[in-house]
Every structure is written in C-alpha cells, then in structure tokens.
Design a protein around this ligand. Structure first.
Ligand SMILES: Cc1cc2nc3c(=O)[nH]c(=O)nc-3n(C[C@H](O)[C@H](O)[C@H](O)COP(=O)(O)OP(=O)(O)OC[C@H]3O[C@@H](n4cnc5c(N)ncnc54)[C@H](O)[C@@H]3O)c2cc1C
Length: 613
C-alpha cells in the first residue's frame, strides 16, 4: 500500500524563507501567521489527511461508488471520514469567522487542500467542490441563502456541486440546452440534463446544493444559441425554505453514475432536472437591450459562476501538484530498496547481489523530474495564493491591481501546466516500479489514472492554453505579462552573486525566449488566429517552465542564505539546490524547442484536408 508524508517543511520553507510572509502583516489574516501557528495548522492537517483519508484511497478505488435503487453509495469508510473531516473544521478553514469558519488566508488553505488531495483525491473533491459552491453562494446568493444554505454547506451538513456540462457540450457552453423558466413567485423551473457532475449524488450528507447554469428562454419559449441568456441558479436536491428547513425532494434525479478510469470513489453523476425549483443568483437580469452589435443580453450572476470556476481551476492545478508529490514519495522509497543491476561506475552495494535502483542515472532523472514537478508546482501555487492575498487586501490600489493581474494570468498556467506535470510525474514514478507499477498492489497505477482527469476537467488543458493566448495575454494591452516579465527581469539583473550565477543564466535564456515568443504571437496571431491556436499549448508550457524557473531561482536564493548560517537541517537546503539545478539544466532548455515549435506557425497543422486524416 502506498504511503504519504505531508511535506510540512517544504510549505514552511516557501512561506517563511521564500515569500517571507512575516513581513506582510498588512495583508488580511497574515497578522496571525507566526511560525508556531502555521506549523500547528500544517501538522494537524497533514496528520489528519495522512492518517484518516490516505488509508481509504486504495480501498475507495477498489470499491468505487455504487448506484442502486436510486441511491448512490460512497465506498466503505467515506461517510465516517467525511464526518470527522468536517468536525475537525478542515472544510471551512478559509471561511470568514462570521460564517463559522477559521478565517485563515488562502495561502494556508491551498496547502491543506494539497495534502488532502495527495492523501485521497476522490475524497477531497467532495469538500473541495462544496467550498467553491458555498463561496459562490456567499458572493451572489440572497441573504436567506447565505444565512441558511451557505452556512449548512460550510458546516459540512450539505455538500455542493458545479453543474455546467451537458451531453453534447462541455467546452462550448453556448450550445447548452438546459433552460429555466421564471414563475410568478420569482423562482424558476429548471429542466435539462447535466452530465459528469462530480459529487453529483452520494450518501455523505442529507442534501446537495447544485450550482447550475441554464438559459432563460424568450417569451416564445425559445432559447438563444449563444451565452446571452445564460444565468446562474441554485437547485437543491431537497427543497429548502427561506428559513432553512429542508422539504420535499426537488425535481432533480440521478440518471446514473459513470464507470470511469480514475477517481472512482468520487461519484460522477448524470443529473436529470425536470421542472426543478431553482433560484436565480446575482442581480436581476436587465430587460433585453440591443447592444452596439445588435445582440441582446439578459445574462446575470455570471460573475459568481466565473468566481466559482476560477477557484476550481486553481484547485485542479493544486491536484496536479498533489499527485506529483505522493507519487514521487513512493517512487523514492521503492528505488532505495529495489535491487537491480550495478551502478555504471562500479558496485555501490558490493555486499548485496545488486545495487539499489536509485544508483542509475535514468532512475534519478525520473525521480528528480517528479520531485521538481511537485516542489516547483507547490511554489507556483503558493506564490499565486500569496498574490491573491495581495490582490484582495493590500493597502494600495496599484499593488492590488498588479497582483490581481498576475494571479489572473497564471490561473490557466497553474491549471494546465501543473496537471500536465502531475500526470507526467505520476507516470514517471510508476515507471520507477517497473512492472510492479503497472499492477495494482503498489497503488502507483491508481495515481496515473487519478491524475489523468485533472488535464481534462475544469476546461481541457488545450482550452486553458487558448484562454492564456487568446484572452489573458492581450487584456489591458498586455499589462499582466509585461508586469510578470519585468519582475523576472528585475530579479535576473539584481542577482549577480557568484553562487547564484549558474541558476540565473538559464533563467535569463528562458525568459528571453518567452518574451520573444510573446512578441511573435502578438504579431502572427493577429495575422492568422490559427497561428495563436497552433502555438498555444507550447506557449503555455514555456510560460510554466519559465515562471516555475523563476521560483526555483528564488528558492535557490533563499536556500543559499539559509546554508550560509550552517543550519542543522542543511541537507534540506542542499537538496533544494540540486532540484533547482535539475530544473535549469533539464527543463529550461525545453524552452528552445518550444520556441521553434511556436514559430513553426499553423500551416503544417492546417493543410491536410479533414477527409485525409
Ligand atoms: C470525471 C469527470 C468529472 C467531471 N466533473 C464535472 C463537474 O463537476 N461539473 C461539470 O460541469 N463538468 C464536469 N466534468 C466535465 C468536464 O469539465 C468536461 O468533460 C470538459 O470540460 C470537456 O468537455 P467535453 O467532455 O464536452 O469535451 P468537448 O468540449 O467535446 O471537447 C473535446 C476536446 O476537444 C478539444 N477542444 C474543445 N474545444 C476546443 C477549442 N476551442 N480549441 C481547441 N481544442 C478544443 C479539447 O482537447 C477537448 O478535450 C467532468 C468530467 C469528468 C470526466
């Protein structure tokens, strides 16, 4: 059975030595983040996740969820673990105290989320999606929903879902058919089918609050073929009155649950809405008014939905980091024990029939890849969560805007880059086990299967790349990418010391290529949008490698400063330098080939007639 040790020391290194959060007591919630408090939260969360959730990971995968007689059953032990999780308060760490939470800043809730997902991704999705749903309800719901529905979700008594996907559309939501018709009492009747809904039905709680998008038909009952009439709704499984009482079953039923490749302990449901009572969220849609382009819009509440989707995209990026970490840990343990072959430079364990696997350079390549995917991804997630803290509570408007810009720019990057890396890391870690990785006993193939969905849900990674090049880069005349490039360039110029030089050279080469590719995209993507589409995935990867490379350089600086003071745990900082070197030597050079691919343009991809494929 696989094991998991929460990487508490690494979180603390990032928080205190790299980001120096103790210097930012002006940010909301940071005043209480002293070392002892942070240590207690991380230790406590890590202990719970690794001792309660992790032991259920493999059994949950084996057993899966079951749908019988209209009831969805989660695997053995999940119900008790969910109860314990909520009783301990891990589901509401970041919720403001006035709503019953601990009010901790997102920089800590991200860390706890990673440990939950490393321990048991399928389990962690139930409270994870609930948090995204109740945050949307707090932001857009009527006072009674905030008081009586969101609070129940925060307490863990009810869970939440996000219902976007339909059988014929997941990416292109313009095509959605689910509709909601207004009633005289101001509620709506919502009908349609939503598929692939994570945690869409289960036996963990009495009620489930579905957050659903649907179109409001026009006076003739027709629905528009674009997004102009899409609105955001709350649809409880069991009706809820305005004083919070749970009533009769609503018109939403579970058609089936999917048989799928991974995260088998998370029920992925087909939900049929049949005249279900729905409450529209957000401001009342304005009467339809034609805009300059002649189109009309009566869409409202979408801000809440986008907020929920953004939170979920960041959360999925963290899932990528989480699986890289746990897969790496298990691969290292195996590589130290498994005896196979002799080191190329002569026996390292001559008393044994063979050397441990870890002597081989290629095995070390796989291990260091997985390790740097986890630690580099964690650095990216932690930096983004820091930027979100600055964006929401820094004193100056300029600081808030600059941080918000970069966090927004990096949202598709963490989602796609960290989930691609997470999958590749899980795959490399499985390879370290040889054939034993492919069979089920060691749990490695489960990591690969679980990691795979992260690249697809919450917007396929190719679509994230389009978001980066098509929307995020050009917004406000490129303000965000230029601000990020300036931060990296300023760091490169300032760090001239001998010790850090070997790390700065590759970072400079990478950021130069990234800026060059950005200019190429601006020029050639305008000329032919297919050039932008053809380059997008390579460009996002380059963006991820360089941004994480920048963070590896910052980690290098922090580790070198620590080592200068001759600490007792010098091995931890020395290992950081080795990992940073791996990134600069073996990941950063990819930016050269990515640059060539980006500049190849779209012609070669587009010339073959579809019939000839
Ligand atoms: C286990 C699981 C859990 C899920 N959980 C949820 C959930 O809780 N709530 C929810 O609403 N949905 C959920 N989903 C749905 C998921 O978000 C969608 O499957 C995903 O967004 C892709 O949509 P699709 O499957 O319809 O693929 P399509 O939209 O048909 O796209 C197919 C492929 O085409 C490519 N593609 C599409 N558009 C473009 C484009 N413009 N440019 C380039 N390439 C493109 C992408 O590579 C994509 O993978 C879940 C799915 C699974 C499998």
């Amino acid at each position: 059975m696989p094991s998991y040790t929460p990487p508490v020391a690494d979180f603390e290194f990032l928080l205190f030595d790299v980001l120096e959060i103790e210097k930012h007591t002006d940010l909301r919630g940071y005043g209480d983040l002293d070392r002892a408090t942070v240590h207690d939260v991380l230790e406590g969360a890590g202990k719970f996740m690794s001792q309660v959730l992790q032991p259920l990971n493999q059994s949950g995968d084996e057993e899966g969820c079951h749908y019988e007689n209209g009831v969805v059953r989660t695997p053995k032990g999940f119900k008790e673990a969910y109860k314990a999780y909520c009783e301990a308060g891990w589901n509401r760490l970041g919720v403001p105290e006035q709503f019953g939470g601990a009010g901790l800043p997102i920089i800590l809730t991200f860390a706890v989320a990673e440990m939950g997902s490393s321990s048991n991704q399928a389990f962690a999705m139930y409270p994870g999606l609930t948090a995204a749903a109740y945050s949307a309800l707090l932001a857009t719901g009527a006072p009674w929903m905030r008081e009586h529905v969101a609070t129940k979700m925060i307490a863990g008594d009810w869970t939440g879902t996000m219902c976007l996907t339909e059988p014929h559309c997941g990416t292109d939501l313009r095509l959605m058919k689910t509709k909601a018709v207004e009633q005289p009492d101001g509620t709506y009747r919502l009908s349609g089918t939503k598929i692939f809904i994570s945690g869409g039905d289960h036996d963990l709680t009495d009620n489930i609050i579905h957050m659903v998008i649907a179109k409001i038909p026009d006076e003739n009952g027709k629905i528009a073929d674009d997004l102009s009439t899409v609105n955001f709704f709350m649809v409880p499984k069991f009706l809820v009155s305005e004083d919070g009482k749970m009533g009769a079953r609503n018109g939403v039923s579970t058609g089936s649950i999917e048989k799928k490749m991974g995260i088998k302990a998370n029920a992925t449901a087909v939900l049929n809405f049949d005249e279900a009572v729905a409450w529209r969220l957000g401001p009342k849609p304005q009467p339809k008014a034609a805009s300059a382009d002649g189109k009309t819009s009566s869409s409202a509440g979408m801000k809440g939905m986008f907020g929920m989707m953004n939170a979920a995209r960041l959360g999925v990026g963290v899932q990528g980091v989480a699986v890289a970490e746990v897969a790496y840990q298990n691969a290292v343990a195996y590589a130290k024990e498994r005896l196979v072959g002799r080191a190329l430079t002569g026996a390292k364990a001559p008393d044994k029939p063979a050397d441990p696997e870890i002597v081989h350079p290629d095995v070390r390549r796989m291990l260091l890849f997985a390790r740097t995917a986890a630690e580099g991804g964690r650095a990216l997630a932690t930096w983004i969560s820091f930027l979100l803290g600055v964006a929401s509570s820094a004193r100056s408007e300029a600081e808030r805007q600059a941080a918000g810009d970069i966090a927004d720019l990096l949202t598709p990057v963490i989602k796609a880059f960290c989930t691609d890396m997470g999958f590749d890391a899980a795959n490399a870690a499985m390879q370290v086990f040889g054939g034993h990785g492919y069979i089920r006993d060691h749990g490695m193939e489960q990591f690969v299967r679980d990691a795979r969905i992260n690249q697809t849900y919450e917007g396929a990674n190719g679509v994230q790349a389009l978001d980066l090049v098509g929307r995020k880069l050009g917004r406000n005349a490129g303000r965000a990418p230029f601000a990020l490039f300036k931060i990296i360039n300023d760091f490169v110029s300032a760090e001239t010391g001998e010790a850090i030089k070997p790390f700065i050279g590759p970072l400079k080469a990478g950021v130069d290529r990234l800026q060059d590719a950005t200019i190429w995209l601006a020029q050639n993507g305008m000329k032919n949008p297919d050039n932008a589409g053809a380059a997008s995935v390579d460009y996002l990867r380059m963006f991820g490698i360089v941004t994480v490379g920048f963070l590896w350089a910052r980690m290098t600086k922090a580790a070198q400063a620590k080592l200068a003071a001759k600490p007792a745990n010098a091995a931890f900082y020395e290992a950081k330098l080795v990992s940073a070197r791996f990134w600069m030597e073996r990941m950063m050079p990819d930016t050269a080939s990515l640059s060539e691919r980006i500049k190849a343009g779209a012609d070669g991809l587009m010339m073959l007639d579809a019939a000839n494929f």
